[in-house]
Structures are given as C-alpha cells and as structure tokens.
Design a protein around this ligand. Structure first.
Ligand SMILES: Cc1cc2nc3c(=O)[nH]c(=O)nc-3n(C[C@H](O)[C@H](O)[C@H](O)COP(=O)(O)OP(=O)(O)OC[C@H]3O[C@@H](n4cnc5c(N)ncnc54)[C@H](O)[C@@H]3O)c2cc1C
Length: 355
C-alpha cells in the first residue's frame, strides 16, 4: 500500500495532523495502539491564557488561543460533536500572598484576569477565605468526544491501523520509507513521550513529566465554570463527572498512580468543597514535555523523511492544532516553521550519533 504520509499516534497531535492533511487531500495512514493512559486520553483539555502561580500569559497566547477556538469549533461541526466550550476559571486564592500576586497581575495587565464581582459569590459551594478572581477566556477541548469521533472517522475511511508500531521494522531509503506493507514518502511521529526512545530523537532535550488526576462524581456543582484552588476542578462531558488535577513530577520511578497524590487531593476536596463528592477513578500519564518548554516540529536534519510533531508538554490542547497546521503548510507550501518550535534548532545535536 502506498500513501503520502504515515503518522504514528492518534493523540491530540496525530488527530490534528491527520485532520489538516485530509483538508489538503493528501493520502495518509495513522497507526495507533489506543494506549488508555496516554496524556491525550486523560487530560482535561483546558486551554488557559495564563499559567502558574503568577498568572503569566502563555507563549503566543494571542495567536494560539483564537486559532484553537476556531479549529476545535470547525472539527466539531464536521464531526457533529461539541469539541470545545468556553468555561472560565474561578480562582480561589489559597493565601493572602496569592491574592496580592493576583492583584499585581490585574494592575499590570487585566486582559485575562479580573477579581470576582462578589467575594462571597461561591460561599454555598466552597470554603475559601481570601476571595476569588476569574481567568478568561478559558476553553475546554472536549477530547473525550473528539478523539473517539476522529478515530471512527479514520476507521470509516480505512486510514487507521490499530496496532503497536514497531520501529525496528521501519526502513528508510532516499526515495521513501517502508513499514511492513506500507510505503510512504514520509513518516511523522506523533507518539508523545515514546519518541524519546527512538534512535532518531533520543538526543532531543525531552523532559517527560508525570501527571496524576482523579475523576469524581460531584452532582451538585454548577458546570458553568472550572474552579481552582491549587488544583483545577473541571467538568467533563458526562453529566456530574469532574476532573481534578493535576500533579507535575519530573522524577518518577514508574507510570502508576500514587497513593500520595490520591490522599493529598482527597484532603483538599474535603476542605474545599461544601457539596458531596465521590472519587471514582485515579489515573496517571506521562506528558511529552521538553526542557525549554517549546514543541518539537519538523524533520530530522539527516533523515528528511522522518518528521516529528511532539513536545507539547502541558499545553497539547492549544499547541497541537496550531503547529499541526504549520507543519502541513511547511510540507505542502514550504512555509517556515516558528523558529522556537522548528526541529532545525537542534541540527547540531541531531547530527550526532546516539552514544
Ligand atoms: C494529567 C494530565 C493533564 C493534562 N491536562 C492538560 C490540559 O488540561 N490541557 C492541555 O493543553 N494539556 C494537558 N495535558 C498535556 C496534554 O495531554 C499533552 O500535551 C498532549 O496530550 C500530548 O499529545 P500528543 O498527541 O503529542 O501525545 P500523546 O497524548 O502521548 O499521544 C500519543 C499517541 O500515540 C500512541 N502511541 C504511542 N506509542 C505508540 C506505538 N508504539 N504504536 C502505536 N501507537 C503509539 C498513543 O496511544 C497515543 O494515542 C495534560 C497531561 C496530563 C498527563
């Protein structure tokens, strides 16, 4: 079988890459093993314009956020699903210092942050002592619906192979790549943290990061917002189901959920929530994060048939549509990639042989 592109992985990166290739009427196949704990399958899908304790505006927010909002709306309409919704964050300050820090941010630049109209507005639902602010606009990409719907679409078009990709069987020649019975012009890895193990990309400064999350039933909480107090509490598509997370661990022995996270998060919920909740699940996944917190997009300098759309870190839901489109424009129209994302910034490193 001959196609233009072979894509490895159908997380949020592989989904967007195949979406834009389809728009260009290019032929492709996607190989995906449907790993249940891949970050794309356990993320809340939050697209937030600010980040961290200081509410710093995220990289390229003014381009990436409107792009993501439009892209998810468009794919949702095509698949007849709700792929995105706007749900602003109500941020309950955990300490007077955090309130002060928020105030400084509002004074510096109120584009995305404001104080709540009434500090007591949420007193029926939550315990909090230091008031609250709002972060907006915040979107939720509904990956719970989008990933299976796109998978079904690929399957219907015979563009999906549901199996484990085995890199040992990949052959690269100057004319094409060959994987089992598939011949393609290029292979593009959208396989998340797994790419760090490939002979081609092992030298890249990946910094895999483990994140844990709880799922809980909280039937009495209004689904109008995402709530934050240290952790985020985000409504999922299933009515009454909430996502609580997440942790960020740079050092870990395994990919399993930890008892420490569960105990700490349950305690937080007990102190914070005034309405009943019931934990129903505890998950962990490895984010494909990078040392310099920028994605890896483009082609290997010595293997121009081998590409990467990866390194999405903590922000795959906002970055993946934007950089998938850039990569497709780069391949088809020779447009440049953003220099901070372009893989060619690692030409020297990738030209070395892995030791
Ligand atoms: C707990 C947690 C919460 C998060 N919350 C958010 C959030 O709210 N907002 C946000 O923007 N980001 C969030 N993230 C980060 C986000 O999930 C990632 O940036 C994003 O999902 C990365 O997507 P990806 O498609 O590049 O990689 P992945 O999600 O890792 O997808 C890789 C795909 O490749 C497949 N695959 C891998 N190896 C193989 C193989 N050998 N053969 C076949 N298939 C293979 C996997 O099954 C998977 O489908 C969160 C991450 C975690 C862990």
């Amino acid at each position: 079988m001959q196609v233009d592109y072979l894509i490895i992985g159908q997380g949020v990166s592989g989904t967007w890459l195949s979406y834009y290739l389809q728009k260009e009427k290019k032929s492709f196949l996607v190989i995906d093993n449907d790993f249940p704990n891949s970050p794309s399958r356990i993320a809340a899908g939050i697209i937030n314009p600010v980040t961290g304790r200081r509410h710093v505006t995220v990289w390229m927010a003014e381009n990436i956020l409107p792009f993501a909002s439009k892209a998810y709306t468009e794919i949702g309409n095509e698949l007849s699903i709700t792929a995105i919704s706007q749900k602003n964050i109500v941020d309950f300050f955990p300490s007077p210092q955090m309130r002060l820090s928020f105030q400084q941010r509002v004074e510096e630049d109120p584009t995305y942050v404001q104080f709540c109209i009434e500090d007591t507005q949420y007193h029926d639902l939550f315990r909090y002592e230091f008031g609250c602010g709002t972060i907006q606009p915040v979107y939720t990409a509904n990956l719970e619906s989008l990933l299976p719907a796109w998978r079904q679409h690929l399957e219907k078009n015979n563009q999906l192979i549901k199996e484990e990709f085995d890199i040992a069987q990949l052959e690269i020649t100057t004319e094409h790549i060959q994987y089992k019975h598939i011949r393609a012009s290029r292979v593009i890895f959208c396989d998340g943290a797994a790419a760090h193990q490939h002979p081609y990309f092992t030298l890249l400064p990946f910094a895999p990061n483990k994140g844990e999350v709880l799922l809980a039933e909280i039937p009495d909480l209004p689904v109008t917002h995402i709530y934050k107090k240290g952790m985020l509490l985000a409504p999922l598509a299933t009515p009454g189901l909430w996502w609580i997370g997440s942790s960020y661990a740079w050092q870990f022995d395994n990919e399993d959920p930890t008892i420490e996270f569960r105990e700490k998060t349950e305690q937080l919920l007990q102190h914070w929530l005034k309405v009943p909740f019931r934990i129903i699940s505890h998950l962990a996944g490895i984010r494909p994060a990078t040392l310099e917190r920028r994605p890896f997009v483009g082609f290997h300098p010595l293997q121009p048939r081998v590409g990467l759309l990866n390194g999405m870190g903590t922000k795959g839901c906002s970055l993946a549509p934007y950089f998938a489109k850039q990569l497709v424009d780069h391949m088809i129209r020779q447009q440049s990639l953003h220099p901070e994302a372009d893989l060619n910034r690692f030409t020297k490193i990738l030209s070395r042989q892995p030791g």
